[in-house]
Design a protein. Sequence first.
Lengths: 276, 289
Amino acid sequence: MMAIGFGLVYRSTRVFHLAYGGLYVLACYFLLTAMNYLKFPLASSLALTVIGTGLTGMLVEKAVYLPFLRRNASSGALLIASLGVYVVCENLVALLFGNGVKTISTGIEPSIKLSGFVIARLQAIQFAVGSGVILVVWWALRRWTLAKALWAMGDEPELIPVVGLPVKGLRTTILAASSVMIAVPASLISLDMGMDPHVGMSYVLIAAVAVFFGGVDSFWGWVTGGFGLALLQSLVIWRFSAQWLDLAAFGLIVAVLLLRPQGLLGMRRRIEDIST
Amino acid sequence: MTYLFHLLIMIGIYTMLAYSLNLIIGFGGLLALSHGAFYGIGAYAFTLISMKTGMAFLPALLSALILTGMIAFLISIPALRFRGDLYVLVTLGFQMIIFTVLYNWTSLTNGSWGISGIPRPLIWGLRIDSPEKFLVLVAALNVLVVGFLFILYHSPYGLSLKGLRDDEPAAQSLGIRPFAQYSIAMTIGGAIAAVSGACFASYVTYIDPTSFTLQESIFQACILLIGGSGNRIGPFLGVIFMVLLPELLRFVGLPDAVAANTRQIIYGLMLISLMYWRPQGLAGEFRVR
């Protein structure tokens, strides 16, 4: 899911959205605030988290990315500004809630027995929600003409206003959608394993690796990248140990980029296209 | 007074790092996030060579420099096939890989426990054991390294690198080979980072992998992004600012727990606003692409 969100933003706005990690952290702490401090029930806390993160995503677009776009800023400048947003989010949270690990307690989680496998309920929910969102986004991208506009925006941003589409609206929609998409896994993961303000970067990097691994240009590439990476990580943990996780993930991305720069499911493009 | 010396030594170490990274970011226009890794490899190579073989400071420093330069060259081969966002991602990938190796290759690097008891430098029978003497050593190395880099900046090589940065196809048409030039920049930059690494290791006498994380690489890139790069004054301004800001905040009287986060927030806000108003940093020449 995070890979899809990152892929959406990168493909359509060409922003290397590092602030995504900041949004992840914010989402975790929205949930924490709602549940532990305001004592809301789980469902409304989740709703609040999703809305809050979506709004923050839009704010990031309005306050940071859009002004850069108006100035015709370069992609490098955007990347660094995005990094700046990430750093600010991370440390604001750390300032307010402290640097330590926080957990949300919902009691001991029941587990489900399924023909010999034991799966924790929360992990089953994670899986179900993840697949659900993948299908919904896939359906939306297939059926909606908007999706075509998004793809086109990644290729030729200047042409979008020419054909009469609202660039700002599209970009804001994308940012909001991707933020919602990170709020959900962020909540689920933080319910499962707790949170601290500094995890955002590693998650956004994994998402970026998954997107480039699967192929920037293809929706199923992002999904394959996400699944492939998750599978690889479990395999590494199973065969070796968790210490070598990063080595495997980043070794993989370097290898894939070298051998197949368009990603596993990407289309081969003309050299002129790639270099821009 | 010791505190002042300490600050000056740290400024010296970071000045060398900033000027070597300046060759890659400022002159090459490549936003590399792997400099922390080279700094780390240099520190570990120096420490292991001098502790395992009992080599003196200068030969050990030289071997660490050559070794790190070789590793930087090897990394430059795959990394330089990319430009822009993908180059950033690949160098970031190598940064993570090298950190993982330093952290987990326990038999060589002692993993997360780090290596302590690194000997103070011994040069021509003179033991550099007080901050004053160390400051002189760092200053001397700075003169050598930064002087060398200044000559390089204005040599035909430095100018060809600038040409590549500003317009790669045009520079290529003049017979400048991008891969060779960029790869030399990364090799030299990495090798000089090793000098800083060795200074850091022998000054603090203890190293562990957490000094050489992605955060460190980002910090070093920020020095150049905030101070400016592509010329002589920018990196120095960046170092002064980035090294002294924490101390300044301490004098304002913020408690330590709050100060670290406040500092980071200031960096973050500065990055955003500088990229917006001055993509070339406070006093730089190169505008980030």
